[in-house]
Design a protein around this ligand. Structure first.
Ligand SMILES: Nc1ncnc2c1ncn2[C@@H]1O[C@H](COP(=O)(O)OP(=O)(O)OP(=O)(O)O)[C@@H](O)[C@H]1O
Length: 250
């Protein structure tokens, strides 16, 4: 799916010759030490950064050159490392915004409140209820986002991404800062998205036990290069990976 990707910021090569193939319907983790290029990879996949070289195929579509909204319309959604849910709105507003990413009625139709747009809005409101239930945030729907605990915000952000009905979900550090119980709840949710909704997940995460339990396949980056790729059991034994994490000299 991703071939020979290269991204640089001035003299910093954030990604070089990175390749990975994500099987549909799997959880594919991307791990690596700080600054390895994981978030950069997600930013390229979601159309925020345009790489210097490389190819990214999603089905039959080349993603490079597409703007983020065009990528979203193809069925690729992402959740964020630093939850950027805006202040005064309620959880329900935030989730409705997530639905809008795939909305077919344009602002004119919605503004004029034509029948098609009203139907669409009813459909979106129903979808918000279903996703909220699935993500365990139904009780939070009418709360302002600013009042939420950090762990709840993470789940709401995941729910917001799911409202767009993605085929591919890009998840950036979903359990950073969560306690063990909250981590298990998020892990279980991601597992169900794969198993019950057939969503393909690319997961960037530092929590190794979670990654090893959850992922079908793991790609390891270090200094912007791919140093290993394979099933979790093999990755855990890989000498290059151990070196990268332990920081010992080769
Ligand atoms: N917008 C940017 N401008 C300049 N340099 C950047 C930018 N984004 C990332 N970098 C640099 O690119 C490299 C890869 O960063 P990236 O954030 O992708 O790493 P990461 O693996 O996600 O790290 P972390 O685990 O700490 O989130 C780093 O050297 C970083 O400083």
């Amino acid at each position: 799916m991703v071939e020979d990707l290269a991204v640089s910021f001035g003299a910093v090569a954030a990604l070089s010759e990175v390749a990975l193939s994500v099987e549909p319907g799997t959880i594919h983790a991307v791990i690596g030490p700080n600054g390895a290029g994981k978030s950069t990879l997600l930013n390229v996949l979601s159309g925020l950064y345009r790489p210097r070289r490389g190819r990214i195929r999603f089905g039959d579509t080349e993603l490079i050159g597409l703007r983020p909204h065009a990528v979203a319309r193809l069925g690729i959604a992402r959740s964020f490392q630093n939850v950027a849910l805006s202040g005064g709105q309620t959880v329900r507003d935030s989730l409705l915004l997530g639905c809008h990413l795939r909305m077919s009625a344009g602002p004119v139709r919605t503004g004029l409140r034509l029948p098609g747009a009203r139907r669409e809005e009813r459909r979106e409101r129903a979808r918000v209820e279903v996703v909220a239930e699935r993500c365990g945030v139904t009780g939070l729907l009418d709360r302002p986002v600013v009042q939420l605990a950090y762990g709840d915000r993470k789940r709401v952000d995941l729910a917001r991404a799911m409202c767009a009905e993605p085929r591919l979900l890009l998840v950036d550090e979903p359990v950073a800062g969560l306690n063990a119980t909250e981590t298990e709840a998020v892990a279980e949710l991601i597992r169900r998205l794969r198993d019950e909704d057939g969503v393909t997940v690319v997961l960037v995460e530092h929590d190794m036990p979670m990654v090893m339990r959850l992922a079908d396949r793991v790609t390891v980056l270090d200094f912007g290069r791919r140093i290993a790729d394979g099933p979790p059991a093999r990755i855990q034994q890989d000498p290059d990976v151990l070196r990268a994490y332990l920081g010992t000299a080769p």
